[in-house]
Ligand binder design. Sequence first.
Ligand SMILES: [Zn+2]
Length: 436
Amino acid sequence: MEMLKEETKLENEYTHIIASAKINYKGETYNLSGLGPFHSDANREIRKSSYEARFSFFEEHANELDNLYDNMVKLRTEIAKKLGFNNYIELGYARLGRTDYGANEVEGFRKQIVDYIVPLVQKLNKKKKEVLGLDKLYFYDSILFKDGNPKPQGSPNDLVEYAKKMYNELSPATGQFFEMMVNENLIDLVNRQGKMGGGFCTAFPTYDRPYIFSNFNGTAHDVTVLTHEAGHAFQCYSSRKQPLVEYLWPTLEACEIHSMSMEFLTWPWMDLFFKDKSEKFKYMHIVDSLSFLPYGACVDHFQHWVFENPEATPKERKNKWSELESIYLPDRDYDDLAFPKSGGIWQGQLHIYQMPFYYIDYTLAQTCAFQFWIKSQENMESAWEDYLRLCKVGGSMPFTKLTELANIKSPFSDGILKSVSEHVYKWLEGIDPESL
Ligand SMILES: [Zn+2]
């Protein structure tokens, strides 16, 4: 109990350090998420200088963040040993409720990402460089179109009205669900003074109600909140009649299937939000989803190494991160940004500090969501039936049983990532981003 208390204390310290950021940028003060939109500005100078501002904050707190993580790794290892595990990896998996796969399966999955996805992302980067008309692509060139990434068109209220229309047309169940969310004030979307940052979905089981929290910032992410978090909320609401409160949600990798697949199942309505930029949004959505996989696997591989080597020094951890980056993200070039160049960028990834081993879940779920995307293009009606069936059973089954029930292949099954990514890449190849 004492050790768990200590672990929570360390986790809160991370939140505190990150939340304390008051970054001066071009005469205004921002926190880290407030700086976010500048990182994808159409102007390269703004992208680069906003990252410099971000990393100067991390540079200032480098020792603190190093020591904090070092303490966390040692403490978690001690907890695991005390409970009779060999290392924290075993306990970490148990804590996430993974009953039907282990570190070996995950390692095999990461290998598929290196073999099949990394080369595809390299091709996408080459294309991006051409589209942006750059001689060299740097880390901060995080946009896909010369005039910047597409943004939703309309006020926050407009976006909610579009979402109502969308969910009404998608199915009777989603229509009723979203009306309820709006009418009962179960969504808090708009940023305001003093409001906590971030976005999430939670639930109040006693009332059979989910809840969505976010901070709109004018980027495409505002729409993704309305589809991703609503996917989580819709699943939870659909599972409300499950007999055990533990069945309200499945394990986390399965939860992300509902949210990420909802992002795709709502594609036919994206012109409501993006108007003439909806095709740009779809292209960006797929490119980002595919490009995310190697980063997600890199974070996961790093954590396995960290907990296999709990005695490593902070310097050795940073070196290992750089080594793994060259495998998973070989095109990454930080230019002269010193902090990420020295292997420290992972310190901004909250999951590494607060939710060890969770990160791979997004890549497992993405592999499932891509299958829903493919299905929805072939037959929307049956894709929706599969999705609804999956949502209703909540967490009454483990991950790989849920994929069976949803008529999709588990990411651990042989060759699935290869065939899915080939399909996705073929779709991308048929699009000329410059003509969008
Ligand atoms: Zn999610």
